[in-house]
Design a protein around this ligand. Structure first.
Ligand code: SF4
Length: 453
């Protein structure tokens, strides 16, 4: 894939101006919201949901500006930071060329989720703000930061009257995106004719995009689900029932890398090439985890407030606790309901329940959820995959990623005990000559295990 040359971009870095110019409610209505493409389907469905609520949203092309992303980072940042920075620079550069003198940076809002750490994810938007500020003509581009701190609640970005509806519709778009991804991984290894699954899923994405754009703001979710059911019924005809079952491989790891097909060099397709059926951990799992984590935090704060006999604190944290508990209940109930409807049509894999993952982690004394990060989900998710009979596990992550390195350190000896094939797959944009043979060897081991069963 062609990348933007760094020479296409201004070559100087000005003194950094203060950060903190975030998008607000009034900004978002009159401007174009730029959505990064972490996973293609999820990004498009989320953009369609925004459009349904009257917000002009567009998914940016991805991976084409990687050279620029690398040029304006020092090399110490995580790979997703370089990819997303490259995406926004590429998009803006293209807009500048397209619009010439009519280009107005104030028209764009760059949508970038964040987390409060402890890893570097919390710094992406601040760092990217500094880079945008270093180009005098890009200073007016705003960044909308969706924060883990409030469970991605969109506080401050939308009017209170619509934010609740939008969050429900946005959550639905995440779950439907996950299901379409899982549908692809379920049908592609068993397709009747080579190459028919990918165009089918592309078509399905556009059908669902239309469904979200038409029905999200009016909250006609049943119509959206019916469309999804119809698509899954049609997908059944793609599967060749005479193809025998294949070894089942579970993917865990860092959310961006395991989801972004360019950044992970299409690892799922490579595994399929060597005979796998793959299930990747979902985006819904992370959203549920972020709400779950806020709920844990609210419980902890409430306990402290009670000990200190702080009436103000008790009221505040009790309120938070109830709010997060309701959100989590809604999310998980909705997710389970949709998966169970879909699974009546096709046996795609259900998602993990976060409370159960924490129990697994505690029971096996593996990792405390108090430590946070995706290591919570990856470590316990791996054990859950093993219990569910998976034949091998791949941990996909950016080179030097902190939570995934922790996962690898904790899980390797355990995998040896379970005798389940395990592969660490770190990526940083370079091509490792041994990667394909590592995948082939891993699949050979997974096949041995599969045959023994
Ligand atoms: S999760 Fe990993 S890749 Fe993402 S910011 Fe943290 S350390 Fe970096």
């Amino acid at each position: 894939m062609k990348s933007g040359k760094p020479s296409d971009y201004p070559q100087h870095i000005d003194i950094f101006t203060p950060i903190g110019r975030k998008a607000t409610k009034s900004d978002i209505k009159k401007r174009k919201l730029l959505i990064p493409q972490m996973n293609r389907i999820g990004g498009h469905l989320l953009a369609a949901t925004f459009r349904s609520f009257g917000i002009d949203a567009e998914v940016m092309e991805t991976y084409r500006g990687l050279d620029a992303g690398k040029s304006y980072t020092s090399g110490k940042e995580c790979f997703p930071c370089q990819v997303t920075l490259g995406d926004v620079l590429w998009f803006i550069n293209k807009e500048k060329k397209r619009l010439g003198g009519r280009f107005d940076p104030d028209f764009y809002i760059y949508f970038l989720p964040e987390s409060d750490g402890p890893c570097r994810f919390g710094m992406y938007n601040k760092y990217q703000r500094l880079v945008l500020d270093s180009f005098p003509e890009l200073k007016d581009i705003k960044i909308a930061s969706l924060s883990f701190e409030d469970g991605y609640a969109l506080s401050g970005l939308m009017d209170e009257e619509i934010v609740k509806d939008f969050r429900k519709a946005g959550y639905l778009s995440v779950i439907v995106g996950d299901i379409l991804d899982r549908l692809l991984w379920r049908i592609r290894p068993y397709e009747k004719e080579d190459g028919i699954s990918d165009p089918f899923i592309e078509h399905a994405m556009h059908v669902m995009e239309n469904a979200f754009e038409k029905n999200s703001s009016s909250m006609k979710f049943e119509k959206i689900i019916r469309k999804l059911e119809d698509l899954i019924k049609s997908a059944r005809s793609i599967i060749d029932p005479s193809i025998p079952k294949k070894p089942l491989i579970g993917i865990v790891g860092e959310i961006y890398l395991r989801t972004h097909v360019h950044a992970n060099q299409d690892v799922i397709r490579k595994l399929e090439k060597y005979g796998a059926e793959v299930v990747n951990a979902s985006i819904g799992e992370w959203i549920n985890y972020s709400t779950y984590d806020r709920l844990r935090e609210a419980k902890r704060s409430l306990r402290y407030a009670v000990r200190r006999l702080s009436i103000k604190g008790i009221k505040r944290y009790l309120n938070n606790l109830i709010g997060y508990a309701v959100d989590l209940y809604y999310q998980q109930a909705k997710q389970e309901k949709i998966y169970s409807k879909i699974r009546r049509i096709m046996d795609i894999r259900p998602d993990h329940h976060i409370g159960e993952l924490e129990k697994i982690s505690k029971r096996n004394n593996l990792y405390s959820f108090d430590m946070g990060t995706e290591a919570c989900l990856s470590i316990s998710g791996i054990i859950k995959f093993i219990k569910e009979g998976y034949d091998g596990i791949v941990n996909v992550y950016p080179f030097t990623c902190m939570p995934s390195t922790i996962t690898s350190a904790i899980i390797r000896p355990i995998m040896a005990k379970y005798r389940v094939p395990y592969l660490d797959a770190p990526y940083d944009g370079s091509y490792q000559p041994g990667r394909e043979s590592a995948i082939r060897t891993f699949m050979y081991q997974a096949y041995q295990r599969f045959q023994k069963k």
